[in-house]
Design a protein around this ligand. Structure first.
Ligand code: PEP
Length: 260
């Protein structure tokens, strides 16, 4: 049975002074049996969020790690540095691919670092608008998956709880979400891609989330799709009312699937 996951990506928002309070408010308003909740604040707010969430069943995640273990990489953070601060990590977010030039090979190396550090990875994939309009969305996503996962051990990745987030780039932060049916079709394509990489039956156990302008008003469209197992939420994840609505809807899906 795949878990239902709602992960909050706060991106470059909040400070250590306000992040703890926001995390606590969100946690207290999103207690839904069967829903796995994750909050990913900026690095400098990880400790504040961890402390604020003590006693709450909400995981703390980082938004990235570097693909090397240590060295002359000014301004970067290596996976082992997150020990005690985070238990999840977002990898290959499209904003990192676009603004930091992250390649599929680097994203694959980050996966290795995350696993070695005991971090549960959320691997982000997604096409730009031109690719979707040209009918190449599945091909692009498949290439990203292959670039990051080929040659890596499905057993280890599966044991680490790999989560894949399908995030069409044209839907992120634009207010233009994908359709539920398209997200479900891509989730199916992602699992087919995993099978072609030798995952066998384990492909069915990997949670696939949708991300891209998710709100409490549109999340229903995604969570009614059996192939979709939750959401990676950006802008709306900074708003407690939105998170309360999104996680409440996720609770319905969790109950319908016999979780919680
Ligand atoms: C994201 O940052 O992963 C994201 C999906 O952002 P937004 O919800 O703002 O589109």
């Amino acid at each position: 049975m795949r878990p239902i996951v709602i992960a909050a990506n706060w991106k470059m928002n909040t400070t250590p002074a306000d992040a703890g309070g926001l995390a606590r408010t969100i946690a207290s308003r999103t207690r839904e049996p069967g829903v796995t909740r994750v909050i990913c604040p900026p690095y400098v707010s990880l400790a504040a969020v961890r402390d604020a969430l003590a006693g709450e069943d909400v995981a703390v995640g980082a938004q990235n790690v570097h693909h090397e273990l240590a060295g002359a990489y000014t301004g970067e953070i290596a996976a082992p540095m997150l020990a005690g601060l985070a238990s999840w990590v977002i990898l290959g977010h499209s904003e990192r691919r676009a603004y930091a030039g992250e390649t599929d090979a680097q994203v694959g190396a980050k996966l290795d670092r995350a696993l070695a550090a005991g971090l549960r990875p959320i691997l982000c994939v997604g096409e730009v608008l031109a690719d979707r309009e040209a009918g190449r969305a599945t091909e692009v996503v498949d290439a990203q998956l292959r670039g990051a996962l080929e040659g890596r051990d499905p057993v280890a990745l599966s044991a680490a709880g790999l989560v894949i987030a399908y995030e069409p780039v044209w839907a992120i932060g634009t207010g233009r979400n994908a359709r539920g049916a398209d997200a479900a079709a891509m989730a199916d394509a992602i699992r087919a891609g995993l099978r072609s990489l030798g995952w066998g039956g384990s492909a069915e156990t990997v949670p696939v989330l949708y991300g891209g302008s998710v709100t409490s008003a549109n999340v229903d469209e995604f969570l009614t799709e059996p192939a979709v197992d939750g959401a990676l939420v950006g802008g709306a994840s900074l708003k407690p009312d939105e998170m309360a609505g999104i996680v409440a809807r996720a609770g319905l899906t969790a109950r319908a699937r016999g979780l919680g």
